[in-house]
Write a protein that binds this ligand. Sequence first.
Ligand SMILES: CC(C)(COP(=O)(O)OP(=O)(O)OC[C@H]1O[C@@H](n2cnc3c(N)ncnc32)[C@H](O)[C@@H]1OP(=O)(O)O)[C@@H](O)C(=O)NCCC(=O)NCCS
Length: 185
Amino acid sequence: MIELRKTTMEDRKRAYEWLYHSDFSDFLNKLPGVKEEEIPSYSEFTADYEDYFFNGSHPEKGRCYVIVCTNNGKEEDIGIISYTSFHLRDKITEFDIWLKGNHYTGHGFGTKAIQILTSIVKGLGYEKVIIRPSKYNKRAIKSYQKAGFIEEELKPEHYYLGEYIPQFSDGDYGPGEDVFLILSL
Ligand SMILES: CC(C)(COP(=O)(O)OP(=O)(O)OC[C@H]1O[C@@H](n2cnc3c(N)ncnc32)[C@H](O)[C@@H]1OP(=O)(O)O)[C@@H](O)C(=O)NCCC(=O)NCCS
């Protein structure tokens, strides 16, 4: 069984470790468009994933959750999922997700976590979710499609607030290197 638990500040360091120092990090860090020398330090990660993601002080800007798996009565924290909205137009939010290691992938856990967060953000009043995986991250794309996301051509002005278009419209991997997926709620 998969559930989401609101993060606390204590979860931020392990969220960083799970993303940048797990056994799938090499795959993510070597994706075209990612410069290995630019892999963030923990303090750089905290500049991106500010306190509010972990302590819930600005839910209108975004929030992280721990993905919790219960199996035979034993609970285990297995990953992180977040929504982020500060850079997007009204009623649109963006998801990010990573499990804590390859062992946990491929069992439907990530897809289930996305479905749960989808219903949370729908309850918060959002109408669209976007997500932008690398076009080479086939497992992530498949998972998001299973959760109902569909590919669309990105028109930045339809999604991003004007002041954030220069910073975000190319995505994390550079022009043409990601897949723009949306889910209408
Ligand atoms: C992306 C992620 C959250 C997805 O969660 P998950 O629990 O692994 O997803 P699921 O098991 O529900 O679905 C994965 C699907 O991809 C498929 N898949 C795996 N490798 C694949 C590949 N190379 N090509 C195509 N499909 C692939 C699986 O078979 C599965 O589909 P199925 O259920 O039809 O068999 C998880 O894999 C993860 O944390 N990966 C590492 C971090 C990451 O890439 N984060 C995303 C950044 S955008």
